[in-house]
Design a protein. Structure first.
Length: 457
């Protein structure tokens, strides 16, 4: 009888422990909010000073403070940790500001991020420079990239698209005004198409001209045809579309130049060197060119195709070098992008500031995307597992990089978004000849359909 009572008493705690273990695996966000957050806060408060001392982030106290301690007490004078700000819980972790002691720099705290992660029992610790002398510690309670949930508050705007989730639980925003051109690399089934799908549907809700070049007979971009202003599905069509874009760019430069015929006394706000300084009623709509599988534009088999390739590469390089001021932006996608593609490939890649590298088949492909801007990110790109499609390493020419993952978006939902926003496509007469054909939407009959009886002789 006593054994039965003991088992009954232990049943409740064992069930609670088992439920917590299941929730930690199945619902990490719920587990963090109910169990992980209180334990991590308690551990942080209890071990803050000792952890900072063990990580080498403490400094000797100020002289006046040491004198005050000696005069009032006989305690040992201990090193002082960075001053801690208020702990702010979030749905994915914690945030906390640290005021650095004299002689410290943000790199000192970043070097100890792995130690802080183990000491406070969280999934990751990220350090961000706020202002001189102050850094932000962003503690992430669980792996937010395993099941992507975008933040509720997204920083969107003109030509700004929240397209993925960073590993520090913040949104990765593709900002074409800040990073005009981008390169997206990835092997088959790495999630490259999902990234492109999220990006294109995000831009579809804005008054932006969307142009596509998909030399795989349009299988990737054809579902978005209602929202595209132009689409080329083979190299021959692309060879006709690119000169039209270059001509449009030149016309926009003529418009800017006409505005620069400045009369004496013209206000400074009316002087501009790009389309964004033009009055809103005169400003042409920005153009975003998506190129899927760029290698198909470079590969040739005959001398005639080689001449066509050289012309297209030259036009792409011109668009990459001069297109930003005219409001023309490039998003180039492919599996590889190296010098082996042919003349002009390396020069074009150098103009693509933003880099996104999904899982690749070899280290050389990762170096093509990240080796010239963030060499340490190459190993992170090579470590992406095949069972995590959509996971990528993003970097830019500033040298910074981080891991991101795009949320799942079905092709049907993306195509429906493009159909619903087709009326937002700006009118560009120069691209009318390349507008894709959109078949009428078939409506299913609500009841049985009567069929005519066959005519007999």
């Amino acid at each position: 009888m006593t054994d039965l009572v003991t088992l009954a008493e232990l049943g409740g705690p064992l069930a609670a422990i088992g439920g917590a273990a299941y929730a930690r695996h199945a619902c990490p966000a719920a587990y963090w909010s109910t169990v992980g957050l209180p334990f991590s806060v308690a551990r942080l408060l209890a071990s803050y000073s000792s952890t900072m001392d063990a990580c080498g982030l403490t400094v000797p106290p100020a002289r006046w403070r040491a004198l005050a301690v000696r005069a009032t007490t006989r305690r040992e004078i201990r090193p002082v940790p960075p001053r801690r700000g208020i702990i702010r819980p979030t749905t994915t972790g914690l945030r906390m500001h640290l005021r650095l002691a004299p002689g410290q720099e943000p790199a000192d705290v970043a070097a100890s991020a792995e130690r802080l992660r183990h000491a406070w029992g969280v999934h990751a610790v990220h350090v961000r420079d706020i202002k001189p002398g102050v850094v932000e510690l962003r503690l992430v309670g669980f792996d937010v990239l395993r099941k992507v949930r975008m933040p509720r508050r997204l920083d969107s705007g003109p030509l700004r698209v929240p397209v993925a989730l960073r590993e520090d639980a913040t949104a990765f925003v593709r900002d074409y005004r800040a990073v005009p051109h981008g390169l997206v690399l990835g092997a088959t089934l790495s999630g490259k198409s999902m990234y492109l799908r999220n990006l294109l549907t995000g831009l579809a809700a804005q008054p932006v001209v969307l142009v596509g070049i998909d030399c795989k007979r349009g299988v990737e971009l054809a579902p978005f045809a209602p929202r595209l202003s132009a689409l080329a599905t083979d190299p021959d069509k692309a060879a006709e579309l690119l000169p039209a874009l270059v001509k449009e760019m030149e016309d926009r430069y003529d418009l800017i130049k006409a505005r620069q015929g400045i009369a004496p006394g013209t206000p400074e706000e009316l002087i501009t060197s790009d389309i964004w300084g033009l009055p809103e009623d005169e400003r042409p709509a920005p153009i975003v060119l998506f190129i899927d599988e760029v290698a198909e534009l470079f590969l040739v088999a005959t001398r005639k195709e080689e001449e066509r390739r050289d012309e297209m590469v030259t036009q792409l390089i011109r668009l990459a070098q001069l297109g930003r001021a005219a409001g023309i932006y490039l998003e180039v996608c492919g599996q590889r992008f190296g010098a082996e593609l042919g003349k002009g490939a390396t020069m074009l890649r150098a103009q693509l500031t933003g880099r996104v590298c999904h899982r690749v088949n070899d280290e050389a492909s990762a170096k093509m995307a990240l080796g010239d801007i963030a060499p340490e990110a190459v190993l992170a790109a090579c470590a992406i597992a095949p069972e995590l499609p959509g996971l990528a390493v993003v970097g830019d020419t500033s040298g910074g990089w981080s891991r991101i993952r795009t949320p799942y978006l079905s092709l049907a939902d993306a195509a429906a978004t493009c159909r619903a926003t087709a009326h937002l496509a700006p009118d560009v007469p120069a691209l009318d000849a390349f507008r894709p054909y959109v078949p009428p939407l078939q409506v299913e009959a609500s009841g049985p359909v009567a069929t005519a009886r066959p005519v007999t002789e």
